[in-house]
Design a binder for this molecule. Structure first.
Ligand code: CP
Length: 329
């Protein structure tokens, strides 16, 4: 068990080794059990986390804020638009100053080509851990909760389990590509066979795909990409886990109008009963939420017996509490 996580940043999924991720999951299950039993677990008494948001959130804000309170500390909710960032506060100033006020700095910044750099610059200047609440490249805390959920449903040995990471159509907005990218980085380390399926315009960052392929090779897992205008249904064949969600065609265009025009060609990429039925009998359906209900995924699937989306959302709380307790204590 590797326990040396104190004062470490968590910005990329690969910032912690596989053994360190296993430690986080062990702690997360312990904290989940303690909460179920009503056992106090105030490991962060008098500690304060800054939560800096450049983008909206329901689950991330709620789970970090509740998690800090349950650990005996406090979380300060800070929206970038009500700070002096727009009047010139730099990343270095944020890191230096918040690093002196707070015991951890959590940031959500998903702007294309800006967010990840922002987090890293704050981290360089900060004396306390920087935690990624989602940038345009990674959503590591979501994927920790996903991994925890998959292990709860499928057992801790995930080798040779088939995970389908599928693009799905959405009408609301061009969603970030950070969730599929973090999934394809983290899951091969645990031996899952990953199938990534999307229409041709929805490719992920080439450097992330190369890293994922290398991690799959090292861990004796398979990694397949299906780039096909009609690939969704066939990809679901024999799946243990189907993770179907939307993301924008951001490697093709960052223009919202052009992205929407491209996206609108693929309205048939909805996760429905027929596609789910291609999976194994005990297939689970996952989505980080929010989902475009009956557009991205049918209500029948989202609310059906194979869906684990609420357990997945709950595990954000336990997984993040484990990260905070281990990095901020
Ligand atoms: N899954 C997730 O990150 O949800 P929020 O955008 O509501 O935080």
């Amino acid at each position: 068990m590797q326990t040396n996580l104190r004062n470490r940043d968590f910005i990329s999924d690969l910032d912690f080794s596989k053994e360190e991720i296993e430690t986080i999951l062990d702690v997360a299950w312990d904290l989940k059990r303690k909460r179920a039993l009503g056992e106090p677990h105030a490991y962060l008494r008098d500690k304060v986390l800054a939560m800096l948001f450049f983008f909206s959130s329901t689950r991330t804000r709620g789970s970090f804020e509740a998690g800090m309170a349950q650990l005996g500390g406090h979380a300060a909710f800070i929206e970038s638009r009500t700070t002096q960032i727009s009047h010139g506060d730099t990343e270095k100033e944020l890191g230096e100053i918040f690093g002196r006020y707070f015991d951890g700095i959590a940031i959500r910044h998903v702007d294309w080509g800006i967010g990840n750099r922002y987090l890293n610059l704050v981290a360089e200047a900060s004396r306390v851990p920087v935690l990624n609440m989602q940038c345009e490249k990674y959503h590591p805390h979501q994927i920790l909760a996903d991994l925890m959920t998959i292990m709860e449903k499928k057992g801790r040995d995930l080798r040779r389990k088939k995970l389908v990471v599928s693009w799905a159509y959405a009408a609301s907005y061009l969603k970030p590509i950070s969730v599929p990218q973090s999934l394809i980085l983290q899951m091969p380390r645990f031996g899952m066979d990953v199938t990534l399926v999307h229409p041709p315009e929805f490719a992920l960052m080439p450097e992330i795909v190369e890293q994922a392929q290398e991690l799959a090779r090292k861990n004796h897992a398979s990694f397949e990409i299906i780039s096909d205008p009609d690939g969704m249904a066939a990809a679901c064949e024999d799946a243990d886990v189907i993770y179907a969600k939307s993301w924008g065609p951001l490697m093709t265009t960052t223009d919202p109008a052009e992205g929407k025009r491209i996206q609108d060609q693929y309205k048939h990429w909805i996760m429905d009963r027929e596609k789910l039925a291609r999976g194994k009998d005990d297939v689970i359906y996952m989505h980080p939420l929010p989902a475009d209900r009956d557009v991205e995924v049918t209500s029948e699937v989202l609310d059906g017996p194979h869906s684990v989306v609420f357990d997945e959302a709950e595990n954000r709380l336990h997984a993040q509490k484990a990260v905070m307790a281990l990095t901020m204590s």
